[in-house]
Design a protein around this ligand. Sequence first.
Ligand code: FES
Ligand code: FES
Length: 165
Amino acid sequence: MKTFNDQNTVAIKFKLNTKLIEKKVKPRKLLSDFLRYDCGQTGTHVGCEHGICGACTILFNNKPIRSCLMLAPQVDTAEVTTIEGIFETNEFDDLKKAFKKFHALQCGYCTPGFITTIVYLLKNNVFLNEDEIRKKLSGNICRCTGYTGIVKAVHEVMKIRFNKT
Ligand code: FES
Ligand code: FES
């Protein structure tokens, strides 16, 4: 168990997308700031910084979490996936295309958080109807789209992936 001293740095080692990262961080640095400014993951957006908007959502050991509610040292030994990692392969190209088709983004600020949450749903392999998708995405806030396009995009991807067209 590490003990944290605010004056010092803490050595951490974790998997960020496909890379093993070793860094020293201030114990009270927010994970969202650490990912953006120390690891170059600027797709992790910061909106409210207190766990409400979902813009900073990342996958932490394959589960979606708010990176603004965690401290950087907490990723020690963990696996972290950011929006950059999600699109390192073409596994979710269908989602990208559906977002385009249904105009599921406007300014795009909320989009990495939405995509990360949606990727978690898709990886869980459960077919959802539009109401269920809406509920599952209710922790992510979008100021622009009114959500309809986002829900339709996810539903289309699920229909195709589950052969329900
Ligand atoms: S910035 Fe983290 S939830 Fe809003
Ligand atoms: S597209 Fe602008 S906040 Fe969602």
